[in-house]
Design a protein around this ligand. Structure first.
Ligand code: 4AD
Ligand code: MG
Length: 435
């Protein structure tokens, strides 16, 4: 039976050991060069390219009427090749055109003709045929896998909490709301309150999921929907969480280097960045040390001022790569963050930065509900709106700490991407909700 759907091999699997064997390859036509009695085809699949030699009147006629990027299944014999970069090639016996592309295509997926990011996003599925673009998403998938393995090895349990919620998790105004039968519902900004409650019994939890922020930000680092790796752990302090994050990031760098060496090469500077990460420790600065460093650079800030983009860019020049900023003023932090025992103006909190870019926010959590109530009021929030959450604190709440890591932003750093849209398949921002 002739089967036009199943391939026998992926492109990258063809090698000298298969010479003389009949194989079939499914993919798309990247290039076709007709030199009269025969044609050279370059067929690409997710793993790479194959050179194929097409002969015979019928096959050559069929090829002439088949545009590039069309999907084909070719079968024939593997033979040694004289072509540069191809130790073997396929001498085609059967050429099946399974799906024709319609030209002109909106973008050139070979990357020879470059397109602006907006045009590429409009045709994202086709854009992914560019191996440099596909590489980013292979690395993304592998990085997620490694993060899960790393957290599992540290006794974390993966959980899934609702994204449709009845009240704000973090407070603040950046919530999307929508009618939900006879009620009003919101899209979750973070799993903050759920993950804290879960430490009560499950001890260490993590969740990797989409979160939603109705922020009117037009930047290369904000989306309205982003993926966060959230972790929360009982009986750990914020410095322990910093240790864990440092280990997770190092595991990702090490793992990508080991498992995805050839894919890393496709993404400019990725190999260099990933290698530099797993060799070095991450500096830990306090907020007040940052103020001193900024003062030396001529930027005078008062205690309690937030660090602007410009300030963070300056700090990023002094501290290359990742660095932590810890012990922020308590008043700059959300209601659930714990104060430092030795100075209640300071909090047990941290951000992990990569240059100007914030990758992680985390800290020790307040587990005394009367203090949480007081802080909610201080921040103009109504404790009554948090009663569902606060009731868990009367059931015996362990001291706990955690953080949220912006996974898209981490992928920006690992792939040296300047725009978060480069590392997200179908980004959502203030302007874009399609495709
Ligand atoms: O700093 P954020 O808002 O912290 C929280 O959500 C806390 N609940 C975390 C915790 O456990 N204390 O968000 C966490 C991270 C940020 O550091 C950033 O990397 C990413 O999520 N992030 C965004 N990424 C893309 N687009 C946005 N609009 C983002 N907002 C936050
Ligand atoms: Mg933050």
């Amino acid at each position: 039976m002739v089967d036009h759907i199943h391939r026998s091999h992926f492109a990258s699997q063809l090698n000298e050991t298969l010479v003389g064997q009949n194989v079939s390859i499914g993919g798309w036509i990247e290039d076709a060069r007709d030199i009269g009695k025969l044609a050279f085809l370059i067929i690409r699949d997710i793993t790479g390219t194959v050179q194929a030699i097409v002969t015979g009147h019928d096959n050559l006629q069929l090829l002439k009427s088949t545009p590039r990027q069309s999907i084909v299944m070719i079968s024939g014999f593997v033979q040694n090749s004289k072509a540069k970069g191809f130790p073997v090639e396929l001498k085609v016996e059967v050429l099946n055109v399974l799906s024709r592309s319609t030209h002109p295509l909106p973008i050139d997926p070979t990357g020879r003709v470059e397109s602006a990011i907006d045009k590429r996003l409009d045709s994202r599925a086709l854009d992914l045929r560019n191996p440099k673009v596909a590489a980013i998403f292979s690395l993304r998938s592998e990085a997620l896998q490694i993060i899960k393995e790393s957290l599992h090895s540290k006794r974390f349990i993966e959980v899934n909490t609702p994204k449709i919620i009845g009240s704000a998790s973090e407070g603040g105004a950046n919530l999307f709301s929508f009618p939900y039968f006879k009620k009003k519902a919101y899209l979750a900004q973070s799993p903050q309150l759920y993950k804290e409650q879960l430490t009560l019994a499950l001890d260490r939890v993590f969740e990797i999921g989409p979160y939603f922020r109705a922020e009117n930000s037009h930047t290369v680092r904000h989306l309205t929907e982003f993926i966060s790796v959230d972790i929360e752990a009982a009986f750990l302090d914020y410095e322990d969480i910093m240790d864990i994050i440092e280990e997770v990031i190092r595991d990702v760098a090490l793992g990508l280097n080991e498992r995805c060496s050839s894919i890393l090469q496709l993404v400019t500077d990725s190999k260099k960045i990933v290698t530099s990460i797993h060799k070095s420790r991450i500096d830990r600065l306090t907020y007040e040390q940052c103020l001193e460093e900024l003062a030396r650079e001529g930027e005078k800030l008062e205690f309690g001022d937030d660090l602007s983009d410009a300030s963070l860019r300056k700090l990023g020049e002094i501290h290359q790569g990742f660095y932590f900023i810890m012990d922020w003023p308590l008043k700059l932090k959300p209601f659930y963050i714990h104060e430092r025992e030795d100075n209640s103006k300071l909090s047990k909190s941290f951000d992990l930065q990569y240059g100007y870019l914030e990758i992680v926010s985390g800290g020790r959590r307040q587990h005394d509900s009367s203090k949480i109530r007081a802080r909610l009021i201080e921040q103009g929030l109504d404790p009554a709106n948090f009663s569902e959450h606060l009731k868990a604190f009367d059931w015996g709440m362990p001291p706990h700490s955690g953080c949220g890591l912006g996974f898209d932003r981490l992928m920006m750093t690992l792939t040296n991407s300047q725009n978060i849209r480069d590392v997200v398949l179908y980004p959502r921002d203030t302007d874009r909700i399609i495709p």
